[in-house]
Design a protein around this ligand. Structure first.
Ligand SMILES: *Cc1c(COP(=O)(O)O)cnc(C)c1O
Length: 320
């Protein structure tokens, strides 16, 4: 299939991350299997370094940047899990990390990036302003810009999740992947379709931020006025320029879930699996756990993409 991330590139990413990032486990629960009539495994990226799969793409991209001795640092414009992942990977490689965040960014996320030694710069309130500032910093200071999803090496890094799943399970019907900008699903779908094309790749979005779902219906990238969901990592208003063609060609189905389904999935993962995931991290699981049992009779992996949720948010979301 055209546009996909090459399998060789994903294998190279695996070699680059192997000494630092762990292979995450597949978890399962007899009760959840019984309740859903599905054989379910949960790929626990909430246990990944920095608390999300974003460490994979950032680490792969930054290890590559490090091979150029002229590069002294990296820059990105994302305050969430990607910012944390970039700060972590830069520190491991002895590079500086600049993170451009909105003036109204939440302090918990910024504190995590600062703890990894990143320099935080506040700039405007729109993503366009931040992106322009990050690109300016890259030009002026010789820093490498690390995009959150629209970059082939970032996608290849995220694709290592798919490569691991193929090694961990040899009989499998479907993989459920949450979609924000589409970097994770582009990498995972590229890995799965390269090695086992009969396995279905299903993208899951919150109904209030279903930019890929809507774009795919009209065969072009559409921009939402705003992404509305408790899943803060999935609120991107449009799929990427590089990720969208992969979503069009390599993903079998796109589905949506409600915020209430995400909230309930978080709670069932806590009570049944004893694992804590953030709202974005519960999105794929929410589809598998839906009451109408959409995947009954199948063998399915749902990616738990991250576990970074601050206590105040968690208290608001869980039943009292
Ligand atoms: C970034 C993120 C996603 C979405 O990944 P994309 O590559 O933007 O599609 C999903 N879950 C979590 C926890 C994330 O941090």
């Amino acid at each position: 299939m055209a546009n996909m991330v090459e399998w060789e590139r994903i294998l190279t990413a695996r070699e680059r991350i192997a000494d630092t990032l762990p292979i995450t486990p597949l978890l399962s629960s007899r009760t959840l299997n019984h309740e859903t009539a599905t054989q379910l495994w949960f790929k626990a990226e909430n246990f990944q370094k920095t608390g999300s799969f974003k460490a994979r793409g950032a680490f792969n991209r930054i290890r590559l940047a490090k091979s150029d001795p002229a590069v002294s640092g990296v820059v990105t414009a994302s305050s969430g899990n990607h910012g944390q992942a970039v700060a972590f990977a830069a520190r491991v490689h002895g590079l500086t990390a600049h993170i451009v965040v909105p003036q109204d960014a939440s302090s918990a996320k910024i504190a995590a990036a600062e703890a990894y030694g990143a320099t935080i710069e506040y700039c405007g309130t729109t993503s366009r302003e931040r992106l322009e500032r990050a690109e300016q910093l890259a030009r002026q200071n010789g820093l490498v810009f690390v995009p959150p999803y629209d970059d082939v090496e970032v996608m290849a890094g995220q694709g290592t999740v798919g490569a691991e799943i193929l090694e961990q399970l040899d009989d499998l019907d479907a993989v459920l992947v949450p979609i924000g900008g589409g970097g994770l699903i582009s990498g995972v779908a590229s890995a799965i379709k390269a090695r086992r094309p009969s396995v279905q790749v299903i993208g899951v979005e919150p109904v209030g931020a279903a930019s890929s779902y809507l774009s795919r219906q009209v065969h072009q990238r559409v921009e939402l006025p705003a992404g509305l969901s408790i899943a803060d990592g999935l609120r991107s208003v449009a799929p990427g320029v590089l990720t969208f063609p992969i979503i069009m060609s390599a993903v079998d189905h796109l589905v949506t879930v409600t915020d209430e389904q995400i909230r309930q999935a978080m709670w069932r993962l806590i009570t049944r699996l004893k694992v804590l995931v953030e709202p974005s991290g519960a999105c794929a699981a929410a589809y598998a756990l839906a009451v109408d049992r959409p995947l009954a009779g199948q063998r399915v992996v749902a990616i738990l993409s991250g576990g970074n949720v601050d206590p105040a948010t968690l208290c608001r979301l869980l039943p009292s």
